[in-house]
Design a protein around this ligand. Sequence first.
Ligand code: SF4
Length: 720
Amino acid sequence: MKELKTLCPYCGVGCGLLASGDGTRVTRIRGDSSHPANFGKICQKGATVAQTLDSPTRLRHAMLREGREEPLLVVPPSRAIAAAAEKLDTMLQQFGPQAIAFYLSGQLTTESQYLFNKFAKGSLRTNHVDSNSRLCMSSAASAMTLSLGSDGPPTCYADIELADTFLFIGSNAAETHPITFARVQRRIEKSRAECIVVDPRRTATVDAATLHLPIRPGTDLALLNGLLYLLRADGKLDQGFIAGHTDGWEELSAMLDDCPPDVTAKTCGIPVYDLVHAARIIGNPRRGLITFWTMGVNQSAAGTFTSNAIINMHLATGQIARPGCGPFSLTGQPNAMGGRDVGYMSHLLPGQRQIANPEHRARMEQLWGLSPGTIYPHAGYDAVAMFDAINRGEIKALWIVGSNPAASMPNLPVVRAALERAELLIVQDAYYPTETTRFAHVLLPAAVNLEQEGTFCNSERRVSLMERVVAPPGDAKPDWWWAKQVAGAMGFRKGLEFAEAGQIYDEFSRVTAGRPNDQSALTYELLRKKGPQQWPYPALGGSSARRYEDGHFPTPTGRARFFARPHLPTAETPDREFPLLLTTGRVSNQWHTRTKTALVPQLNKFDPAPYVQMHPEDASALHLHDGQRVQVRSRRGQSLSILKVDANIPPGVVFMPMHWNELWSPRASPNEVTTDATDACSHQPALKRCSINVSAYASHDVAATESMGSLKAPSQPSAT
Ligand code: SF4
């Protein structure tokens, strides 16, 4: 069978794949050499995608249970649709639209994200629509919107070959964005480019660094302010750019007076010499500086402020809006950028419109053919607030699509309580069981990449079309199809009766016309003919690889905005009872909560089991040894894991990967203990930092630790 163009379902690099199949199974998969994100290269996760399609843990049929204590039973799709519609309608009639919420995913296609968002905000009139992007990118998105006037990075991957100075801050790109990182590595080798990595741990990314700054966790904002102090002192500012294209410099400059090198170095726990060295590298690029950041910055109570500080540095030095430089927020999920464009957050509407803005609501009502005043005028609940609202009994019904919040959300005891309390829980997923499905009343089976047509938008704003290579298994269908069917069964047909994904994309791209993320000239036909394209792609002009090259920013003044963001100590700091600082993250061969990757032997070979990484000095002080089973406790709960004694992490800090959870390794999730404190601007949880203690696991609960890292699939109820 001929090879078809599709996309990797994992990270925000957005690698193109070529796949062929025999109708039911994918028989060959390789990197697409024509795709500008990867030029044919793929990592181990991308290379093993086919194995995740016919995994024994695929959800192949709809399932339904009458009561929480009843078993989930396989039912025909028509019965599941009728049950979901009837139960949702009951909630709507009894409690009104504000009792209904949706939790979506950056792994859905743009078309599915759009249809769910339209159904919720336009038909049901609830803005309680949030997504797992809230856990991932919302601080970067909020900072780019505040500083530059629009979400979405100003840079592109091609800038890597034009830059000669790289700063990675809060990003272990070697493991989380391996194909983009390999591109940076090639550039470093070829042009002797400089690379600074800011990370408390010595990660794989540090191996490429000319300078590693192992700052104290939570001091990245102090570091960035200190660097800008030195750049100002060394005369490295671009006064012409500041005067011509920005507002707010005076206020920021006044704040920088409080950030001299000795204060910064002390706060960050690094030598003054290293701070000065970093400022010299950043201030003297031969060609250009790119700063990459991701969850290490975003998943913090100061995530927006720190992202603002990254942009401050680029604006002040004029390292933006021209080839080979710029602030580059790397997206975690493959279509988080598409989701943000679609407005699948509780404060957004499509086309980067804000719910709080009456003109934006009126325009979307016009575009959606709704009566004026239909869209509820207030933002809905963000992810953390949504689960709190369920626990208060305010939200009664939740529809989760393509996400596993019972494992991925912070402070899991609170999330599990909410899932237990929800009067109606619809879970739509491609995999079963997951930590979340055990709470579901209705389960709907979803198609994944290679089984459906659709678009994704990657970290560099590039929209790619994926073709259907094989049919989905059993009764699985594209996510948007289920939304359309349930909406139709509830009587909401107007504006939702799309026959195919391409029609949804046509409508979505049209509603972006005139907006900063204008992609109104993009169609499936064009994407098939010309290949993946970056937005903006307006009807009157072509694609734009870099943004703001004309010096105009889509802010009210047309100028970018500096923000004076002082470093503040974080809310939860180590104390006598919880003396260690826990940070969480990812490893290269697992994905999120392992619903996809748990049964791929090639991946488990490299990263087989959960662990707690701890410095030898801490281990010795606690009388713990490598390989020992330990318990990790915080004010919120406790987690079990295996100790990995490792000098690559500083004393006082421990690290746990986020992938292992209850289903595969009982109580192994770090989210049993993480905090649900959030950033005040972006409402992103501070998943990277909480106070804990670690001790030997002395319980006789052998079963809890025996299966850590087990590769055996959890048993599934039989399909009857
Ligand atoms: Fe997939 Fe990311 Fe690997 Fe590319 S780098 S193959 S998108 S996981």
